[in-house]
Design a protein around this ligand. Sequence first.
Ligand code: KIV
Length: 288
Amino acid sequence: MSSRPTSSLPLRKITHFSLREKKQRGEPITALTAYDYPTARLIDEAAIDLVLVGDSVAMAVLGYDSTLPLTMDEILHHAKAVRRAVKSALLVVDMPYGSYHTSDDDAVRNALRLVQEGGAEAVKLEGGAHRAPLVERLTRAEIQVVGHIGLIPQSVNRMGGYKVQGRAAHEITQLMNDAAALEAAGAIALVLEGIPREVATRITAAASIPTIGIGAGPDCDGQILVFHDLVRLGFGPAAKFVRPFADAGSEIRDALDLYREAVESRTFPSDAESYHLAAAVRTELASV
Ligand code: KIV
C-alpha cells in the first residue's frame, strides 16, 4: 500500500531516528535530490524520506561541467526554495567544494549558514576517515552530518574522472575504515556512490547508521538518484546505475513544438483564452 500522505493524515516528519529505525526494520529508505520549490514539493508529497539539495545542482541545473565551481551563495539560493516546499522529508544540503576545505572553523561557519539560512536539517560532505574530526566538530556544534564516500565528485581531479571506486582489496579496506570512522565521529547516514555492489553490501552490514546508495547496488539501506536523471531531463548519456522512470525531456520537447506551431498558426490563444469587454462597453465602443 502506498504511504503517500493525504491532507487528512497527520504529517509524518522524517528525522535521522526514522531513517535508523527503517534500517533496523529492513525497510528501504527513499531519497532524491531537489533544487527548486515545485520539484521539492512533488517529491515531498510523494512521501520520499530524504531530500538532498545536492551540489549536483551545478551540473543538473546551472550548466557547469562539474560540481567544483558551485558557491555557498548558489547552493543557499536553491536550499531556501526547497526548504519552503519540504514539510515531511529530512532535508539535507550539500557543503560545496571549498566550503569545508580551508579550515574546520570555516567549515562550521559554512555549515551553520546552510542550517540557519538554508533550513538544512543535516549537511552532507564528501570524504572518508580524514573528515572524521570535522564530522565530530560539526556534530558537537549540533549540526547533523551525512557522509559521502566512494566516487566523490568533488575529487574528480584526484580520481582522474568519474570512476567506480573500491575495486581493489586495499581500496575496499580503506572504504570500510572510512565508513567506520565517519560513523564513530557521529555521521547520521552515509551516501555510498559508485562502488561495487559487494563492497556496499559489506559496508551496509557493518554500519549501524543507514547507507544510501547511488551506483552501489540494491543492498544499501536506501537509494538516492538525481531528480533530473529519474525523469530523464538531462543532455548527456546516463550512467549505468540510472533508471529513468519518466521521459520529461521528450514531453517538454513535444510541448515546445506544439506551442511554437500554435503561435505560428495563430491558433493560440483562442477566443476562449482571451479576455473580453462587457457587452455594454462593447456597444459604447462601437458607437465612437
Ligand atoms: O549532489 C548530489 O546529487 C549527490 C548525490 C549524488 C548523492 O551528492
